[in-house]
Design a protein around this ligand. Structure first.
Ligand code: ADP
Ligand code: MG
Length: 590
């Protein structure tokens, strides 16, 4: 009965599939090794020691659940045929059945089994897992829904019955243009996998976002006959994204507004600049790149202590507010009102500092000016009172001194000294407000020449030369001569004193826009920038033995004459004081 040649058997035994060969009575003619193993594993409860126990037995001996189906197929065909046959305990095999002929006569059947129970279980698991996490739908080529899983129903709020057979279009939210769906469909129809984000509309009118994958499954004539739509719900993510976008937009609007409104600087937690806005660059006169990575101290006019104190405060997560005087790149100074806010990380430690600044230079300058004026008027009042107190007894002393009969030389010295005191006191009285000064129209040049000649001998001693360039038709000014001379004297003396090793004092005169401009320029030590605005303050002096009154008196006189003073100075190069006084055309008496 076993008519298969030995080497054929050996080959069949090696084949991975399970092979049964049955004769026309459905008795087992041959069974390969794999098939024996399968039967063993499938727990057929047969007492099989080897394949010999099975050969010659009818296939019914296997007592499969799907035995009837199998017999039906074997008797009725068609051949070849494929079928799923249940074995036992829920496992099944895929079976390929065909007849075989020898010499034109039907000799029996060949059954090739594939155990698919494992695949099926896996497939089931995968499907369950997919259903758990994904929205899955199948549609036909036209988009009519043929399958909808639980999640799909839940999200779309339709029942399965309401979905199946309807077109996917029913879910359109109106967010995407029609062209969008046409393009997508065309792309998938070509056999491609499409991925994108879609906003759909649920039954209750609410909208939801999905990350969607659509791909064609299987094709007969090259066109997909099924489309699989797999989606994940990303509504929450979309909402967060939108919120984030909105927040970012607000933030950038905010920053824009701040940039417009304030001077803004940001440093890292080591107090090094990482950002400055345009206003910051404009007022500090630095380019942005020159400030990056630098400490705010480079703009400081204050002692280091103050900055360290500020750093301490903000480093301890506290806001610092105050007014600071800053130094611009070109050496000019500006004032800012500043608020420094530490930005804290989740541990409460500052990771950045933002400073908001307002330019208050004008206010500060006005304050400074007011202060100076105030000081001056106090001094003025003091001077007026003092002058009276000194002058009155002086008149008495002078009168009686004339009467004393002493050596005329001594007497002359006493008289001279009394006159000198009188003069100095009257100088001080310039500052007293109600003043009976007589303004007269006078040429300026003779006054200047007179002062130059008075100072000539002292100048020689100091190795100083006067270079006087007054080649103008001598202009007239309405003035109190002695006072103006006092001004020239003070300025020329200062010029000489600024050149301890000698040098030149240039005196020029010009008439510009109805103003007589007299400039007194030296080649001396110059004045540091921060000192220039102290000039004219009472008692500001840098000289040993100086009194710091000369400029104050001079400024006051010029002011009374309706003029003003301009100072230009460069350390170690020299200083130029330019006085402008209104010119008067005709000599006149007041
Ligand atoms: P004093 O001459 O008694 O110091 P002033 O009011 O005349 O007082 O001058 C005040 C200060 O201004 C001087 O001490 C000096 O520092 C500065 N100063 C004035 N003129 C000049 C100048 N030509 N060059 C340099 N410094 C000057
Ligand atoms: Mg002086």
């Amino acid at each position: 009965m076993n008519s298969l040649p030995m080497d054929t058997i050996a080959v069949l035994d090696k084949i991975g599939d399970n092979i049964f060969i049955l004769d026309t009575h459905l008795d087992i003619l041959f069974i390969n090794d794999h098939a024996v193993n399968l039967i063993d594993q499938m727990n057929f409860k047969l007492d099989i020691k080897g394949k010999e126990d099975l050969i010659g037995k009818n296939i019914e001996i296997l007592d499969m659940d799907g035995c009837e189906t199998l017999l039906n197929l074997l008797y009725n065909g068609p051949f070849p045929t494929k079928a799923n046959i249940n074995l036992r305990y829920g496992s099944s095999v895929k079976i390929l059945i065909d007849r075989f002929y020898i010499g034109g006569e039907l000799k029996g059947y060949v059954l090739t089994w594939k155990d698919v129970s494992e695949y099926e279980r896996e497939l089931k698991d995968i499907k369950a897992a997919l259903d758990e996490f994904l929205i899955v739908a199948f549609t036909d080529r036209l988009g009519n829904i043929t399958h909808a899983n639980e999640k799909f129903c839940k999200l779309s709020k339709y029942t399965r019955g309401e979905l199946i057979g309807r077109n996917y279009k029913m879910l359109r939210s109106g967010y995407h243009p029609d062209q969008f769906f046409k393009d997508t469909q065309r792309y998938v129809n070509k056999g491609n996998l499409w991925q994108g984000q879609i906003m759909d509309k649920a039954k209750d009118g609410s909208c939801y976002w999905t990350q969607t994958t659509i791909f064609p499954l299987g094709s007969n004539d090259g066109k997909p006959y099924q489309q699989v739509v797999i989606q994940t719900d990303i509504t929450e993510q979309k909402r967060t994204e939108e919120k984030l976008q909105k927040a970012l937009k607000e933030l950038s609007d905010f920053k824009f507004a701040l940039d417009q409104a304030t001077i803004l600087g940001i440093t890292d937690n080591k107090f090094k600049f990482i950002y400055v806005n345009d206003n910051f660059c404009k007022i500090s006169k630095y380019e942005r790149h020159e400030l990056m990575g630098k400490s705010p101290k480079i703009l400081s006019t204050e002692p280091d202590d103050l900055y360290n104190k500020i750093f301490d405060t903000i480093g301890n997560s506290q806001v610092w507010r105050g007014e600071l005087k800053k130094l611009a790149k070109d050496g000019s100074e500006y004032w800012v009102e500043i608020t420094i806010v530490p930005l804290l990380d989740k541990d409460g430690k500052p990771y950045q500092f933002i400073s908001f600044q307002q330019d208050i230079t004008v206010r500060k300058k006005t304050e400074e000016m007011l202060q100076r004026t105030e000081k001056l008027s106090v001094i003025g009042e003091l001077a007026a009172g003092l002058a009276h107190e000194i002058r009155n007894p002086l008149t008495a002393i002078k009168g009686f001194a004339q009467l004393i009969d002493i050596n005329t030389v001594y007497k002359q010295v006493i008289m001279e000294e009394i006159d000198r005191i009188n003069f100095i006191v009257s100088e001080f009285m310039v500052l007293a407000k109600p003043h009976a000064i007589k303004f007269v129209s006078k040429p300026v040049i003779p006054m200047i020449n007179q002062i130059v000649s008075i100072l000539e001998s002292e100048a020689n001693l100091r190795n100083v030369q006067f270079e006087v360039d007054l080649n103008q038709s001598s202009p007239l000014v309405l003035c109190e001569q002695n006072q103006l001379k006092q001004v020239f004297l003070n300025l020329m003396k200062n010029a000489m004193e600024a050149m301890p090793h000698g040098g030149k004092v240039h005196i020029d005169l010009d008439v510009i826009d109805g103003m007589v401009e007299i400039s007194i320029r030296d080649e001396g030590v110059g004045i540091a920038l921060d000192k220039i605005k102290k000039l004219g303050e009472p008692f500001f002096t840098t000289k040993e033995g100086g009194n710091g009154l000369g400029l104050m008196v001079s400024y006051n006189i010029i002011q009374i004459h309706g003029g003003h003073v301009r100072v230009e100075s460069e350390p170690n190069i020299g200083t130029c004081f330019t006085i402008s006084i209104p010119m008067c055309k005709e000599p006149m008496m007041l």
